[in-house]
Design a protein around this ligand. Structure first.
Ligand code: AMP
Ligand code: ZN
Ligand code: FE
Ligand code: FE
Length: 277
């Protein structure tokens, strides 16, 4: 089995790239993709541990793109660290992220829930800081009982401390990924907010037309029925199925590497089909 959607301390996972690869080896996974948000800072470290343990490490990232109806995240696989069309844009995205984080902190102060930048930076070891770190500080401060509650009451879209940040359009993200010889995949498609089969068709046709390669059909909590449904859609729109746990360590309690909430199983064959030609 494999896991093609994993986060580390380079962004908002709680475990270092080394530990993530060790967990993969212990779980018997053949390959994992490190897909930290807007950064590839964990790849070199993860690769070193992968070489020691015999796990294959796919370099990647995860982007949040412009999508009014819901959340569209793009997992990009086979994105090699270093200079390149998409790689060069990541720093800009991280800048937008830190400016957004500062506005969230200001808003929380206004709401009577003060937190400081130093508290956030104490938790965030990597170069891509995000809302889960802010949520964890809010838990430490006793403002909320869980990361989930921090999102549900304050940080999620439409909640009082939500702040937008600059994003690529879906077409820009797909185009840059392809120019970088990488493989763009729509992550956790249930968050797209598609309510009718017409919206599903329009959206997948648009993304496939832009060059999208894959769609996550295997994700924690997707039933066999849903996996089949997404896989059938993938086939209909010429997309390849992908899947992963979206492991974040303690930032997403209950989700384990490789198995998600227990029932995830992503077969090796999916990776072979996704490899760039
Ligand atoms: P950011 O990239 O900083 O905007 O934060 C997005 C990340 O926060 C996602 O990738 C998830 O890991 C996490 N997240 C988003 N929404 C929620 C939620 N409702 N509950 C818990 N975690 C969430
Ligand atoms: Zn995340
Ligand atoms: Fe995501
Ligand atoms: Fe993710």
């Amino acid at each position: 089995m494999i896991d093609l959607h994993v986060h580390s301390t380079a962004s908002d996972g709680s475990e270092s790239p080394t530990v993530v690869v060790q967990l993969a080896a212990a779980a018997g996974l053949r390959a994992i993709a490190l897909t930290d948000h807007d950064t590839q800072a964990g790849i070199v470290e993860a690769r070193a541990e992968a070489a020691r343990t015999g796990v294959e490490l796919i370099a990647g990232t995860e982007l949040s793109v412009e999508w009014a109806q819901g959340a569209m995240h793009m997992v990009v696989l086979f994105l090699e660290p270093g200079p390149g069309p998409l790689q060069d844009r990541l720093a800009e995205l991280r800048k937008g992220r830190s400016e957004r984080n500062a506005r969230i902190v200001e808003r929380l102060v206004e709401l009577g829930l003060p937190i400081s930048d130093s508290e956030i930076l104490e938790l965030a070891a990597g170069e891509s800081v995000g809302r889960p770190h802010i949520a964890a500080v809010m838990v430490n401060r006793g403002y909320v009982e869980s990361i989930f509650e921090a999102f549900d009451r304050y940080l999620a879209w439409g909640k009082p401390a939500y702040m937008a940040r600059p994003r690529l359009s879906p077409e820009e993200a797909i185009g840059l990924a392809l120019e970088s010889q990488a493989v763009p995949i729509v992550a956790h498609p249930h968050t797209l907010g598609l309510n009718t089969s017409e919206e599903v068709s329009t959206t997948l046709r648009r993304l496939a037309g832009a060059g999208l390669v894959g769609i996550e059909c295997y994700y924690p909590l997707y039933s066999p029925f849903e996996r089949e449904g997404y896989s059938a859609l993938a086939a209909r729109f010429g997309l390849k199925p992908s899947g992963g746990s979206d492991y974040h360590g303690t930032y997403k309690p209950d989700v384990e590497l490789g198995i998600g909430r227990g029932n995830l199983a992503v077969a090796d064959g999916l990776l072979d089909a996704l490899r760039p030609a």
